[in-house]
Design a protein around this ligand. Structure first.
Ligand SMILES: [Zn+2]
Length: 448
Protein backbone atom coordinates (compact mmCIF):
# COMPACT_ATOMS: atom_id res chain seq x y z
CA UNK A 1 0.00 0.00 0.00
CA UNK A 2 1.29 3.45 -0.88
CA UNK A 3 -0.08 6.83 0.21
CA UNK A 4 0.41 10.21 -1.38
CA UNK A 5 -0.37 13.28 0.70
CA UNK A 6 -1.91 15.48 -2.00
CA UNK A 7 -3.73 18.00 0.20
CA UNK A 8 -4.41 18.95 3.81
CA UNK A 9 -0.65 19.32 4.29
CA UNK A 10 0.23 23.02 4.28
CA UNK A 11 -3.15 24.08 5.66
CA UNK A 12 -5.97 22.76 7.81
CA UNK A 13 -8.09 22.59 4.65
CA UNK A 14 -7.98 20.80 1.28
CA UNK A 15 -7.84 17.23 2.66
CA UNK A 16 -6.93 14.87 -0.21
CA UNK A 17 -5.09 11.56 0.12
CA UNK A 18 -4.29 9.13 -2.67
CA UNK A 19 -3.94 5.46 -1.78
CA UNK A 20 -2.44 3.01 -4.26
CA UNK A 21 -2.65 -0.74 -3.96
CA UNK A 22 -1.75 -3.36 -6.52
CA UNK A 23 -5.05 -3.28 -8.38
CA UNK A 24 -6.38 0.22 -7.83
CA UNK A 25 -5.96 3.84 -6.93
CA UNK A 26 -8.45 5.59 -4.70
CA UNK A 27 -8.85 8.77 -2.69
CA UNK A 28 -9.83 9.63 0.83
CA UNK A 29 -11.52 13.07 0.72
CA UNK A 30 -11.19 15.70 -2.00
CA UNK A 31 -11.51 18.99 -0.16
CA UNK A 32 -11.41 22.64 -1.12
CA UNK A 33 -8.34 24.67 -0.15
CA UNK A 34 -9.44 27.60 2.01
CA UNK A 35 -7.42 30.23 3.85
CA UNK A 36 -8.43 33.89 3.94
CA UNK A 37 -10.86 33.10 1.16
CA UNK A 38 -13.59 30.55 0.98
CA UNK A 39 -11.85 29.33 -2.18
CA UNK A 40 -8.17 29.84 -3.04
CA UNK A 41 -6.67 29.94 -6.55
CA UNK A 42 -4.93 26.60 -5.94
CA UNK A 43 -8.33 24.93 -6.35
CA UNK A 44 -8.00 25.53 -10.08
CA UNK A 45 -4.54 23.96 -10.39
CA UNK A 46 -4.17 20.42 -11.74
CA UNK A 47 -4.41 17.48 -9.34
CA UNK A 48 -1.13 15.69 -8.70
CA UNK A 49 -2.68 12.45 -10.04
CA UNK A 50 -4.82 11.55 -13.00
CA UNK A 51 -8.52 11.69 -11.98
CA UNK A 52 -9.33 9.19 -14.75
CA UNK A 53 -7.33 6.51 -12.90
CA UNK A 54 -9.21 6.90 -9.59
CA UNK A 55 -11.63 4.04 -8.93
CA UNK A 56 -13.18 5.18 -5.63
CA UNK A 57 -13.39 8.14 -3.32
CA UNK A 58 -14.17 7.59 0.35
CA UNK A 59 -15.53 10.71 2.03
CA UNK A 60 -15.12 11.22 5.79
CA UNK A 61 -17.66 14.05 6.14
CA UNK A 62 -19.50 16.84 4.34
CA UNK A 63 -17.44 19.91 5.28
CA UNK A 64 -16.29 21.81 2.20
CA UNK A 65 -12.62 21.32 3.02
CA UNK A 66 -13.19 17.55 2.61
CA UNK A 67 -15.51 17.47 -0.43
CA UNK A 68 -15.13 20.80 -2.27
CA UNK A 69 -12.94 19.68 -5.18
CA UNK A 70 -15.20 16.76 -6.18
CA UNK A 71 -16.76 18.84 -9.02
CA UNK A 72 -13.27 19.40 -10.39
CA UNK A 73 -12.48 15.68 -10.08
CA UNK A 74 -15.46 14.73 -12.21
CA UNK A 75 -14.79 17.57 -14.65
CA UNK A 76 -11.31 16.12 -15.19
CA UNK A 77 -12.50 12.64 -15.98
CA UNK A 78 -13.15 10.76 -12.73
CA UNK A 79 -15.65 7.99 -13.51
CA UNK A 80 -15.46 5.90 -10.35
CA UNK A 81 -17.73 5.76 -7.31
CA UNK A 82 -17.95 7.77 -4.13
CA UNK A 83 -18.82 6.24 -0.75
CA UNK A 84 -19.88 7.87 2.51
CA UNK A 85 -22.68 7.62 5.07
CA UNK A 86 -26.11 8.69 3.77
CA UNK A 87 -26.38 11.95 5.79
CA UNK A 88 -22.93 12.92 4.46
CA UNK A 89 -24.21 12.48 0.91
CA UNK A 90 -27.31 14.61 1.59
CA UNK A 91 -25.37 17.31 3.41
CA UNK A 92 -22.75 17.32 0.65
CA UNK A 93 -25.39 18.18 -1.93
CA UNK A 94 -26.44 21.30 0.03
CA UNK A 95 -22.87 22.32 0.81
CA UNK A 96 -21.58 21.89 -2.76
CA UNK A 97 -24.50 23.73 -4.38
CA UNK A 98 -24.07 26.60 -1.93
CA UNK A 99 -20.29 26.63 -2.49
CA UNK A 100 -20.76 27.03 -6.23
CA UNK A 101 -22.44 30.40 -5.63
CA UNK A 102 -19.70 31.64 -3.31
CA UNK A 103 -16.90 30.36 -5.57
CA UNK A 104 -18.50 32.12 -8.53
CA UNK A 105 -18.62 35.40 -6.59
CA UNK A 106 -14.99 35.06 -5.51
CA UNK A 107 -13.90 34.29 -9.07
CA UNK A 108 -15.60 37.34 -10.45
CA UNK A 109 -13.56 39.38 -7.92
CA UNK A 110 -10.45 37.83 -9.45
CA UNK A 111 -11.73 38.16 -13.02
CA UNK A 112 -11.28 34.42 -13.27
CA UNK A 113 -13.50 32.40 -15.55
CA UNK A 114 -14.49 29.26 -13.66
CA UNK A 115 -15.78 27.76 -16.88
CA UNK A 116 -17.45 24.45 -16.35
CA UNK A 117 -15.71 23.32 -13.18
CA UNK A 118 -17.54 24.35 -10.03
CA UNK A 119 -21.11 24.23 -11.31
CA UNK A 120 -24.41 22.55 -10.40
CA UNK A 121 -24.24 20.13 -13.30
CA UNK A 122 -21.02 18.62 -11.97
CA UNK A 123 -22.54 18.38 -8.49
CA UNK A 124 -25.42 16.42 -10.01
CA UNK A 125 -22.96 14.11 -11.79
CA UNK A 126 -21.16 13.48 -8.52
CA UNK A 127 -24.35 12.64 -6.66
CA UNK A 128 -25.24 10.10 -9.36
CA UNK A 129 -22.03 8.22 -8.57
CA UNK A 130 -22.36 8.47 -4.80
CA UNK A 131 -23.44 5.51 -2.65
CA UNK A 132 -24.50 5.74 1.00
CA UNK A 133 -23.33 3.11 3.48
CA UNK A 134 -23.75 2.61 7.23
CA UNK A 135 -21.17 2.69 9.95
CA UNK A 136 -19.57 -0.80 10.25
CA UNK A 137 -21.03 -2.04 6.99
CA UNK A 138 -17.86 -3.47 5.44
CA UNK A 139 -17.00 -2.77 1.82
CA UNK A 140 -14.74 -5.17 -0.03
CA UNK A 141 -12.90 -4.16 -3.20
CA UNK A 142 -9.74 -5.43 -4.82
CA UNK A 143 -8.57 -7.38 -1.74
CA UNK A 144 -9.30 -4.38 0.47
CA UNK A 145 -11.70 -4.04 3.35
CA UNK A 146 -13.11 -0.60 4.18
CA UNK A 147 -15.03 0.29 7.31
CA UNK A 148 -16.56 3.61 8.45
CA UNK A 149 -16.71 4.50 12.17
CA UNK A 150 -18.60 7.37 13.87
CA UNK A 151 -16.23 10.34 14.26
CA UNK A 152 -18.72 12.45 16.25
CA UNK A 153 -17.66 15.59 14.35
CA UNK A 154 -20.75 16.52 12.32
CA UNK A 155 -23.87 14.59 11.31
CA UNK A 156 -22.78 11.43 9.46
CA UNK A 157 -19.06 12.07 9.95
CA UNK A 158 -16.70 9.12 9.88
CA UNK A 159 -13.14 8.01 10.34
CA UNK A 160 -12.24 5.29 7.88
CA UNK A 161 -10.20 2.12 8.28
CA UNK A 162 -8.70 0.54 5.17
CA UNK A 163 -7.02 -2.86 5.38
CA UNK A 164 -5.30 -5.10 2.87
CA UNK A 165 -3.65 -8.45 3.55
CA UNK A 166 -0.55 -6.87 5.06
CA UNK A 167 -1.49 -3.56 6.59
CA UNK A 168 -4.21 -1.37 7.94
CA UNK A 169 -4.51 2.40 8.03
CA UNK A 170 -7.04 4.73 9.62
CA UNK A 171 -7.83 8.18 8.17
CA UNK A 172 -9.21 10.25 11.04
CA UNK A 173 -11.05 12.86 8.94
CA UNK A 174 -12.00 15.43 11.59
CA UNK A 175 -12.58 14.13 15.11
CA UNK A 176 -15.42 15.51 17.23
CA UNK A 177 -15.20 17.39 20.47
CA UNK A 178 -18.02 17.19 23.02
CA UNK A 179 -21.11 17.82 20.91
CA UNK A 180 -24.63 18.32 22.30
CA UNK A 181 -26.18 16.64 19.26
CA UNK A 182 -23.98 13.70 18.37
CA UNK A 183 -22.64 10.51 19.86
CA UNK A 184 -19.06 10.47 21.06
CA UNK A 185 -16.24 9.60 18.66
CA UNK A 186 -15.97 5.80 18.53
CA UNK A 187 -12.83 4.16 19.90
CA UNK A 188 -9.89 3.88 17.56
CA UNK A 189 -9.75 0.24 16.40
CA UNK A 190 -6.55 -1.77 15.88
CA UNK A 191 -4.47 -0.20 13.12
CA UNK A 192 -0.88 -0.26 11.84
CA UNK A 193 -0.89 3.36 10.64
CA UNK A 194 -2.90 6.46 11.44
CA UNK A 195 -3.40 9.67 9.45
CA UNK A 196 -4.40 12.09 12.20
CA UNK A 197 -5.90 15.58 12.03
CA UNK A 198 -3.99 18.23 14.01
CA UNK A 199 -6.21 21.33 13.83
CA UNK A 200 -5.98 21.91 17.59
CA UNK A 201 -2.77 19.89 18.16
CA UNK A 202 -1.38 22.71 20.31
CA UNK A 203 -4.55 23.78 22.16
CA UNK A 204 -6.73 22.76 25.06
CA UNK A 205 -10.44 23.56 25.07
CA UNK A 206 -10.52 24.75 28.67
CA UNK A 207 -14.13 25.82 28.76
CA UNK A 208 -15.96 22.76 27.36
CA UNK A 209 -17.82 22.03 30.58
CA UNK A 210 -18.49 25.69 31.32
CA UNK A 211 -19.35 26.80 27.81
CA UNK A 212 -23.10 26.75 28.33
CA UNK A 213 -22.68 28.85 31.51
CA UNK A 214 -20.46 31.29 29.62
CA UNK A 215 -23.03 31.46 26.83
CA UNK A 216 -25.68 32.16 29.48
CA UNK A 217 -23.59 35.07 30.87
CA UNK A 218 -23.11 36.52 27.39
CA UNK A 219 -26.87 36.34 26.67
CA UNK A 220 -27.69 37.92 30.04
CA UNK A 221 -25.30 40.78 29.30
CA UNK A 222 -26.89 41.15 25.84
CA UNK A 223 -30.29 41.56 27.48
CA UNK A 224 -29.20 43.81 30.32
CA UNK A 225 -27.19 46.19 28.17
CA UNK A 226 -29.58 45.96 25.22
CA UNK A 227 -26.91 44.74 22.87
CA UNK A 228 -26.93 42.85 19.59
CA UNK A 229 -25.15 39.52 19.84
CA UNK A 230 -23.78 38.30 16.51
CA UNK A 231 -22.64 34.68 16.25
CA UNK A 232 -20.85 33.81 13.02
CA UNK A 233 -21.37 30.07 12.65
CA UNK A 234 -20.76 27.40 10.06
CA UNK A 235 -24.03 26.49 8.38
CA UNK A 236 -23.16 22.92 9.10
CA UNK A 237 -23.13 21.91 12.75
CA UNK A 238 -22.01 24.99 14.71
CA UNK A 239 -25.24 26.91 13.95
CA UNK A 240 -27.34 23.93 15.01
CA UNK A 241 -25.25 23.33 18.14
CA UNK A 242 -25.26 26.92 19.36
CA UNK A 243 -28.94 27.31 18.56
CA UNK A 244 -29.68 24.06 20.43
CA UNK A 245 -27.93 25.42 23.56
CA UNK A 246 -29.60 28.86 23.38
CA UNK A 247 -33.06 27.35 22.95
CA UNK A 248 -32.30 24.98 25.82
CA UNK A 249 -31.33 27.93 28.08
CA UNK A 250 -34.58 29.73 27.22
CA UNK A 251 -36.76 26.63 27.63
CA UNK A 252 -35.12 25.86 30.99
CA UNK A 253 -35.88 29.49 31.97
CA UNK A 254 -32.22 30.17 32.68
CA UNK A 255 -32.45 33.24 30.45
CA UNK A 256 -35.54 35.21 29.42
CA UNK A 257 -36.88 34.93 25.90
CA UNK A 258 -34.89 36.96 23.42
CA UNK A 259 -35.42 37.45 19.70
CA UNK A 260 -33.15 35.10 17.74
CA UNK A 261 -32.62 35.44 14.02
CA UNK A 262 -31.21 32.50 12.15
CA UNK A 263 -29.94 34.24 9.06
CA UNK A 264 -28.82 31.37 6.92
CA UNK A 265 -31.18 29.55 4.55
CA UNK A 266 -28.56 26.82 4.24
CA UNK A 267 -28.64 26.24 8.01
CA UNK A 268 -32.38 25.65 7.81
CA UNK A 269 -32.05 23.12 5.02
CA UNK A 270 -29.37 21.40 7.05
CA UNK A 271 -31.54 21.43 10.17
CA UNK A 272 -34.11 19.49 8.16
CA UNK A 273 -31.52 16.86 7.26
CA UNK A 274 -30.79 16.50 11.00
CA UNK A 275 -34.46 15.77 11.65
CA UNK A 276 -34.42 13.17 8.88
CA UNK A 277 -31.65 11.08 10.45
CA UNK A 278 -32.48 10.81 14.18
CA UNK A 279 -30.56 7.51 14.38
CA UNK A 280 -27.35 9.51 13.80
CA UNK A 281 -28.04 11.80 16.80
CA UNK A 282 -27.54 11.16 20.50
CA UNK A 283 -30.53 10.43 22.68
CA UNK A 284 -31.03 13.93 24.05
CA UNK A 285 -30.88 15.53 20.62
CA UNK A 286 -33.15 12.85 19.17
CA UNK A 287 -35.83 13.67 21.76
CA UNK A 288 -35.37 17.36 21.11
CA UNK A 289 -35.72 17.07 17.34
CA UNK A 290 -38.70 14.76 17.68
CA UNK A 291 -40.46 16.91 20.31
CA UNK A 292 -39.68 20.34 19.02
CA UNK A 293 -40.46 21.99 15.82
CA UNK A 294 -38.10 24.96 15.54
CA UNK A 295 -40.51 26.81 13.29
CA UNK A 296 -43.05 26.97 16.17
CA UNK A 297 -40.77 28.76 18.64
CA UNK A 298 -42.21 32.26 18.75
CA UNK A 299 -38.91 33.97 19.61
CA UNK A 300 -36.99 32.32 16.76
CA UNK A 301 -37.19 33.97 13.37
CA UNK A 302 -35.80 32.26 10.36
CA UNK A 303 -34.59 34.58 7.65
CA UNK A 304 -35.19 33.46 4.09
CA UNK A 305 -34.64 36.50 1.93
CA UNK A 306 -33.11 39.93 1.81
CA UNK A 307 -36.40 41.60 2.65
CA UNK A 308 -36.39 39.78 5.98
CA UNK A 309 -32.72 40.54 6.38
CA UNK A 310 -33.47 44.27 6.43
CA UNK A 311 -35.92 43.59 9.25
CA UNK A 312 -33.23 42.08 11.46
CA UNK A 313 -31.23 45.24 11.15
CA UNK A 314 -34.21 47.43 12.03
CA UNK A 315 -35.43 45.22 14.90
CA UNK A 316 -34.54 46.98 18.20
CA UNK A 317 -31.98 45.49 20.61
CA UNK A 318 -31.59 43.17 22.43
CA UNK A 319 -31.38 40.50 19.77
CA UNK A 320 -29.25 37.55 18.71
CA UNK A 321 -28.21 36.98 15.09
CA UNK A 322 -26.73 33.66 14.02
CA UNK A 323 -25.37 33.89 10.50
CA UNK A 324 -22.90 32.12 8.24
CA UNK A 325 -20.18 31.67 7.12
CA UNK A 326 -18.44 30.96 10.40
CA UNK A 327 -15.05 31.99 9.05
CA UNK A 328 -16.36 35.37 7.80
CA UNK A 329 -15.26 34.50 4.26
CA UNK A 330 -18.44 35.58 2.60
CA UNK A 331 -22.13 34.89 2.82
CA UNK A 332 -24.65 36.96 4.73
CA UNK A 333 -22.50 37.45 7.81
CA UNK A 334 -20.29 40.07 6.13
CA UNK A 335 -23.23 42.43 5.55
CA UNK A 336 -24.24 42.06 9.19
CA UNK A 337 -20.70 42.59 10.49
CA UNK A 338 -20.23 45.71 8.37
CA UNK A 339 -23.48 47.08 9.74
CA UNK A 340 -22.70 46.53 13.42
CA UNK A 341 -18.92 46.34 13.92
CA UNK A 342 -18.51 50.09 14.54
CA UNK A 343 -21.21 50.14 17.24
CA UNK A 344 -20.34 49.84 20.91
CA UNK A 345 -23.45 47.88 21.84
CA UNK A 346 -22.42 45.01 19.58
CA UNK A 347 -20.94 41.71 20.74
CA UNK A 348 -19.41 39.33 18.20
CA UNK A 349 -19.06 35.83 19.58
CA UNK A 350 -16.74 33.42 17.75
CA UNK A 351 -17.53 29.74 18.18
CA UNK A 352 -15.31 28.15 15.53
CA UNK A 353 -11.85 27.95 14.03
CA UNK A 354 -10.58 31.13 12.32
CA UNK A 355 -7.78 30.54 9.80
CA UNK A 356 -4.51 32.50 9.78
CA UNK A 357 -4.86 35.82 7.97
CA UNK A 358 -8.67 35.77 8.03
CA UNK A 359 -10.88 38.63 9.21
CA UNK A 360 -12.06 36.45 12.09
CA UNK A 361 -8.50 35.78 13.27
CA UNK A 362 -7.70 39.52 13.08
CA UNK A 363 -10.72 40.36 15.24
CA UNK A 364 -9.83 37.63 17.72
CA UNK A 365 -6.29 39.00 17.91
CA UNK A 366 -7.74 42.36 18.90
CA UNK A 367 -7.08 44.41 15.76
CA UNK A 368 -8.88 47.74 16.04
CA UNK A 369 -8.98 48.56 12.34
CA UNK A 370 -9.97 45.96 9.76
CA UNK A 371 -10.67 45.91 6.05
CA UNK A 372 -13.87 44.33 4.79
CA UNK A 373 -14.44 44.18 1.05
CA UNK A 374 -11.82 46.87 0.48
CA UNK A 375 -13.26 49.31 3.01
CA UNK A 376 -11.82 50.21 6.43
CA UNK A 377 -13.84 49.67 9.59
CA UNK A 378 -13.04 50.70 13.17
CA UNK A 379 -13.79 47.93 15.60
CA UNK A 380 -15.97 49.18 18.45
CA UNK A 381 -17.76 45.87 18.95
CA UNK A 382 -16.85 43.66 21.88
CA UNK A 383 -15.18 40.45 20.69
CA UNK A 384 -15.84 37.25 22.62
CA UNK A 385 -14.91 33.64 21.92
CA UNK A 386 -16.17 30.22 22.94
CA UNK A 387 -13.93 28.09 20.80
CA UNK A 388 -14.84 24.96 22.73
CA UNK A 389 -17.88 24.85 20.46
CA UNK A 390 -15.29 23.83 17.92
CA UNK A 391 -16.11 20.46 16.41
CA UNK A 392 -12.50 19.31 16.76
CA UNK A 393 -10.78 17.41 19.54
CA UNK A 394 -8.12 19.41 21.35
CA UNK A 395 -4.62 18.11 22.07
CA UNK A 396 -5.75 16.15 25.13
CA UNK A 397 -8.70 14.63 23.24
CA UNK A 398 -6.45 13.55 20.35
CA UNK A 399 -3.89 11.92 22.67
CA UNK A 400 -6.60 10.14 24.65
CA UNK A 401 -8.15 8.80 21.46
CA UNK A 402 -4.86 7.33 20.22
CA UNK A 403 -3.68 6.07 23.64
CA UNK A 404 -5.38 2.62 23.72
CA UNK A 405 -3.71 1.67 20.40
CA UNK A 406 -0.26 3.06 21.27
CA UNK A 407 1.40 -0.38 21.30
CA UNK A 408 -0.01 -1.39 17.90
CA UNK A 409 0.48 1.73 15.79
CA UNK A 410 3.72 1.80 13.80
CA UNK A 411 3.49 5.43 12.74
CA UNK A 412 1.18 8.45 12.95
CA UNK A 413 1.08 10.93 10.05
CA UNK A 414 -0.01 14.41 11.11
CA UNK A 415 -2.16 16.39 8.70
CA UNK A 416 -4.84 19.13 8.54
CA UNK A 417 -3.07 21.52 10.87
CA UNK A 418 -0.96 24.66 10.77
CA UNK A 419 2.78 24.11 11.27
CA UNK A 420 3.01 24.85 14.99
CA UNK A 421 0.13 22.62 16.12
CA UNK A 422 1.62 19.76 14.09
CA UNK A 423 5.12 20.18 15.59
CA UNK A 424 3.77 20.33 19.13
CA UNK A 425 1.44 17.36 18.65
CA UNK A 426 4.29 15.35 17.09
CA UNK A 427 6.43 15.76 20.20
CA UNK A 428 3.49 14.91 22.51
CA UNK A 429 2.72 11.73 20.55
CA UNK A 430 6.37 10.68 20.64
CA UNK A 431 6.94 11.58 24.31
CA UNK A 432 3.65 10.49 25.86
CA UNK A 433 2.55 7.65 23.62
CA UNK A 434 5.93 6.39 22.42
CA UNK A 435 4.74 6.25 18.79
CA UNK A 436 6.73 7.59 15.86
CA UNK A 437 4.99 10.64 14.43
CA UNK A 438 5.74 12.15 11.05
CA UNK A 439 4.72 15.40 9.33
CA UNK A 440 4.41 14.67 5.61
CA UNK A 441 5.27 17.22 2.95
CA UNK A 442 2.85 18.11 0.18
CA UNK A 443 2.75 15.40 -2.50
CA UNK A 444 5.13 13.18 -0.55
CA UNK A 445 4.63 9.49 -1.32
CA UNK A 446 5.12 6.91 1.39
CA UNK A 447 5.20 3.14 0.98
CA UNK A 448 3.73 1.31 3.98
ZN1 LIG B 1 -14.82 19.07 9.42
Amino acid sequence: MQIKFCGGINTVTGANYLVEVEKSKFLVDCGLIQRENVCELENFEPFSYNPKEIKFVFITHAHLDHIGRLPKLIYEGFRGYIYSTLPTKELAKEILLDANKVIKEKCSDWDLDIGNIYNDENVEKILNRWEGINYHEKLNFDDLEIEFFDAGHILGSAFIKISDRNNSIVFSGDLGNIDPLLNKTEDLPFTDYLVLEATYGDKLHIDVEKRKDILEDIIEETLKEERVLIIPAFSLERSQEVLFDIVDLIEDRKVPEVRIFLDSPLSIRILNIYSKYPEFLNEEARNFFVKKDYSRLSYLKIIYDEEDERKIIEEPNPKIIISSSGMLQGGRILGIIKRFIEKENTTILFVGYQPEGSLGRKLLEGEKEVEIERKKYYVKAKIEKLLSYSGHKDQKGLLEWVYPQRKNIKKVFLVQGEENPKIILKSKIEDYLGIKAYIPKENEEIVL
